[in-house]
Design a protein around this ligand. Structure first.
Ligand code: ADP
Ligand code: MG
Length: 344
């Protein structure tokens, strides 16, 4: 034992750890079309349709802070982030299970508030809450949600499907959730220092909303379906744009070029980043938890999506040998770096 090597998780990182663990598994069933490695697993139902399954864990003190996150919003978010992973496969969510671990700090009314948010999200995304588990916890609140959805087999968008010259698209705007978190943390510290200070969050309503009540972009999935566009690859932006682009490049064995002046950022996000002394573009590239969709389309589909008000064309897929680059506003080409969202 004494000579056994101890490796810190921070040395390999979250993705390194998942890679290391997943190497031990090979799939036994032909019905397992995709196991570990995408936004959701894909299971063949045998009649040209597939089921997708995804799960996410939210831990108090790591993913949320109840001193500024209302329980109802938290319930909504727990469902939305899972629906977002179903959306990222170009599938339609149908069922969720919800498991919770509670310490005695929580009253029945508090759990009911959490579930009111879960109910609202279930209604909003048209999913059935079909089960779960409830247990005690010694360290605050833990919420684990599993979501299931369906799609036609040929309509699934994997991270591995991007092709040379495909156009890189992203929905909505980015960086807002990170800036919202910075504001909420700042106001919490102000409040802790002087409880008589009332936080003035009105001015920051958009960014704090992005952090506290994210939306899964099912609206986009339904619209793509109506327009007959199947993304060649897709994922949701949970860890940050740069990190997600790295996943596409790794799994599709390609490179990417994106343009700084095409990156979507909301005015309040921009102004607040500047106020906080942060570089807005760094926030757009590395901010997590926006839950927008990042996808690639074939050139032929550009005309169909061109006029869409909420889809932005930020770059294109290049050969793997050309690496991952960002063309700045001044035309300088720099290497794209993925800092991502570090849990460890
Ligand atoms: P996302 O950010 O889209 O939720 P993750 O980065 O959490 O995706 O996970 C990437 C992939 O790794 C997914 O396929 C997920 O199911 C898998 N995964 C994550 N943690 C584990 C684990 N502890 N054991 C097995 N698979 C895991
Ligand atoms: Mg995802």
């Amino acid at each position: 034992m004494e000579n056994q090597k101890r490796t810190e998780i921070s040395e390999v990182g979250e993705f390194g750890l998942i890679d290391r663990l997943s190497q031990q598994f090979t799939n036994r069933h032909a019905s397992t079309l995709k196991g570990i490695g995408d936004d959701a697993a894909v299971i063949d139902l045998g009649d040209g349709t597939v089921q997708v399954v995804t799960t996410d864990l939210l831990i108090e003190g790591v993913h949320f802070d109840l001193s500024y996150c209302p329980l109802q919003h938290l319930g909504f978010k727990a469902i939305a982030v899972n629906v977002s992973d179903v959306a990222a496969m170009n599938a339609i969510p149908q069922q969720v299970t919800v498991s919770i671990a509670l310490s005695n700090r929580f009253s029945v009314e508090a759990v009911e508030a959490l579930y009111e948010g879960i109910r609202m999200a279930a209604e909003h995304y048209a999913v059935d809450v079909i089960g779960g588990d409830t247990t005690a916890s010694r360290s605050g609140l833990v919420i684990s949600v599993t979501a299931m959805g369906v799609a036609k087999k040929e309509e699934i968008s994997y991270r591995s499907g991007a092709q040379l010259n495909d156009i890189v698209c992203v929905t909505g705007d980015l960086g807002g959730a990170l800036i919202g978190l910075q504001i909420l943390e700042r106001e919490k510290q102000v409040y802790l220092a002087d409880p008589n200070m009332k936080p003035d969050l009105e001015k920051y309503a958009y960014v704090t909303g992005r952090q506290l009540r994210p939306q899964a972009r099912m609206d986009i999935i339904h619209e793509l379906k109506e327009m007959g566009v199947v993304p060649t690859s897709m994922l949701d932006v949970s860890d940050g744009l740069a990190s997600e682009l790295f996943h596409i490049c790794k799994q599709s064995a390609c490179g990417v070029t994106i343009y700084e002046d095409k990156l979507p950022i909301d005015k309040q996000t921009f102004d607040t980043a500047v106020e906080l002394g942060l570089d807005p573009i760094t926030c757009v590239l590395n901010g997590g938890e926006d839950y927008e969709l990042l996808f690639t389309i074939q050139q032929k589909d550009f005309k169909t999506l061109e006029k869409h008000p909420d889809i932005h064309f930020i770059g294109h897929i290049s050969p793997a040998s050309e690496g991952k680059s960002l063309v700045t506003k001044s035309g300088t080409v720099v290497n794209l770096k993925a800092q991502g969202w570090k849990h460890f």
